[in-house]
Design a protein around this ligand. Structure first.
Ligand SMILES: [Zn+2]
Length: 617
């Protein structure tokens, strides 16, 4: 009986939804691609005013960059019920102003995919963009296709998507009815529409259940190198660890991981992911899946932790996101930094990686952070991050931002004698705030200080608001990890050229010679040299780790290093084969931010205890 009532209820609810109040109705037919573009049709809600303004977003949540999605729109037409065009102005790139709105019956326009657009800079980071690959794949980040009228974002959206036969739409949207080849989505408002990207293609999906949560994994891999089943195994592992980290229960009931694996260089040259409340969207290079394990863990753990910050714990700027007049929060250290720190910490805490690997990650962050302005106030940078003068510092949120997280965690553990760290802090903040209760930007530090210790207020003042360098040496010392800002060592190298990877040719190449050492000079590398073989072994993405590791273990000073390369001829586009060789020699190198783990038998009792409290559950 229960089942029947439920069925009846859901059926009648669906019918009510069709007949309910004002709403946007959008139609998109993925079978009708013209010149790489798709046509969007909108049946707007009834309007009472004479002039109405239609927007596409200037910026979307989680990107911290102005993208102007109106750039990808053309042939905008507004018509009345007789098909007569209404006067339309286009006052700025994201805005259309329609006069005679009372008679407005229909809007239509064409959308070009940001992934292949010639619209120029800024290039949209692919996980936030749109893809139109006729007959193959469609990435619908909805803010690239659908807009809203001024002051009317909180209104129902009905989106009808007609797709090619055998295609399936993956997303976190579960309120969808399918009829023939048309899927009809009911989405409560514009925020939620933007929050749930969709990918249409021939499906490869796997569903896993973790506690009360159902998790969809959807993968598009054009050459079938990566499968959703493989990703699911890795994601299960990391999500189980995250479940424990978050107190034994995942904070969601459903979630979708959507992956696009690219066999070409992306337009932005980047890969990565964008987080949403109930999903995350990934664009990663299509390589043999075995080599994606650590990347998958790192990036999936990061995106999933965004469920906590900023999706649950956030300021008013994020809660009431303005798509066209963005106001940024000063707490990127929390949203991106703590998220990134947690994504690493959870792996070492729950045994997915060992201490060595973990400190390797921290070392990479220390080195990367040293390339940014260390003395800049992190809150100031965060508040102004979309402005050109601060924009080049944004990526430091993943480096120094994570290190702020680490130092805060260590400071808390020190003050509480191991009892309280950022895990406990985030749980407490989640109780104080939450998805429906935002904090005021300028009150957060005081709130955290009140929850914890007066010293934490000083920590924020010095290292997050102020530009004091973080006390790595002192804090890592508490855990028996030695920190040296600079250390001179002697090593065998391949020459210390900058290495690049050409996804199209599937080859490594010499990308730069700025850091070339003495041995590298003897090898006579040229920028652009494509690397074929190292000591007779073909070098590719699949075996590079093993080949380099073997070189490191077996090479001795005086051995001959041979590198088979392809070098572009000075005239024309042809390449010629060359073999570069020289006798290996030790070169002095200055390493920065060197971390040395003191073995357990040499630790003092407090260091041993601190390391345990910091890095074990
Ligand atoms: Zn992030």
């Amino acid at each position: 009986m229960k089942k029947l009532i439920f069925f009846f209820l859901s059926f009648s609810l669906a019918s009510v939804a069709f007949a309910s109040g004002p709403q946007y109705t959008f139609d998109l037919d993925l079978n009708k691609v013209t010149d790489g573009k798709l046509r969007v049709d909108l049946n707007p809600p009834d309007l009472m005013q004479d002039v109405v303004v239609y927007h596409l977003p200037k910026i979307v949540p989680g990107t911290y960059e102005i993208y102007d999605f109106g750039r990808f729109i053309s042939d905008f037409k507004a018509t009345d019920s007789q098909g007569k065009e209404l006067p339309t102005e286009h006052p700025d790139i994201n805005t259309w102003k329609i006069t005679g709105a009372r008679k407005l019956a229909h809007i239509t326009y064409l959308v070009e995919a940001s992934w292949h657009s010639k619209a120029g800079l800024p290039i949209v980071f692919e996980p936030a963009g749109t893809n139109i690959e006729e007959g193959k794949n469609f990435v619908l980040n909805n803010h690239g296709f659908f807009g809203f009228f001024d002051g009317m974002k909180k209104m129902e959206y009905i989106v009808n998507i007609t797709h090619p036969e055998f295609f399936y739409g993956s997303s976190s949207n579960t309120n969808v009815q399918s009829k023939g080849l048309t899927d009809t989505y009911h989405i409560p408002d514009y925020m939620k529409l933007v929050d749930a990207p969709m990918m249409y293609c021939i499906p490869d999906t796997t569903t896993i259940t973790l506690g009360k949560a159902r998790v969809l994994i959807s993968a598009y891999s054009p050459n079938h190198k990566v499968t959703s089943a493989f990703i699911a195994r890795n994601i299960t592992e990391i999500l189980n660890a995250q479940k424990e980290y978050l107190g034994g229960e995942l904070p969601i009931q459903k979630y979708a991981f959507i992956f696009y694996f690219s066999d070409k260089n992306t337009l932005s040259g980047n890969s990565g992911a964008l987080e949403h409340n109930l999903s995350s969207f990934y664009v990663l290079p299509e390589v043999r899946q075995e080599y994606l394990v650590q990347t998958l863990r790192d990036v999936a753990a990061h995106e999933f932790f965004h469920v906590v910050t900023p999706l649950s714990i956030h300021s008013e700027e994020i809660a009431d996101f303005d798509f066209n007049v963005p106001k940024m929060s000063e707490h990127l250290w929390l949203y991106e930094g703590m998220t990134e720190y947690s994504a690493g910490l959870v792996q070492v805490k729950y045994g997915l990686i060992d201490l060595d690997t973990y400190l390797g990650m921290i070392h990479e962050k220390l080195v990367a952070a040293s390339k940014f302005k260390d003395s800049m106030s992190f809150t100031e940078m965060s508040r102004h991050v979309v402005e050109p003068r601060y924009h080049d510092q944004y990526n430091n949120v993943y480096q120094k931002g994570a290190l702020i997280g680490m130092c805060l965690d260590m400071q808390l553990r020190k003050l509480s004698v191991g009892k309280y760290g950022i895990q406990e802090l985030l749980r407490d903040l989640n109780k104080t705030y939450g998805p429906d209760k935002a904090f005021k930007d300028d009150e957060l530090f005081a709130a955290i200080t009140k929850l914890t210790y007066p010293e934490i207020g000083v920590f924020f003042k010095n290292y997050v608001e102020g530009g004091k360098p973080l006390p790595y040496k002192e804090m890592l010392g508490w855990a028996g990890v030695e920190y040296e800002a600079r250390q001179v060592t002697k090593n065998l190298t391949l020459g210390s050229f900058d290495i690049g990877y050409d996804t199209l040719m599937q080859r490594f190449f010499v990308a730069g010679l700025n850091n070339l050492d003495n041995f590298g000079k003897k090898m006579n590398y040229h920028v652009g040299d494509e690397i074929m073989k190292l000591n007779g072994t073909d070098l590719n993405m699949d075996n590079v780790r093993d080949v380099i590791a073997k070189f490191g273990q077996t090479a001795k000073a005086g051995d001959e290093l041979k590198m088979d390369i392809l070098r572009k001829k000075r005239t024309g586009k042809k390449y010629r084969k060359k073999v570069l060789s020289a006798k290996l020699e030790e070169v002095e190198s200055v390493e920065s931010n060197v971390l040395t783990i003191i073995p357990p038998d040499r630790l003092t009792a407090p260091e041993k205890l601190f390391r345990k409290e910091w890095l074990t559950p």
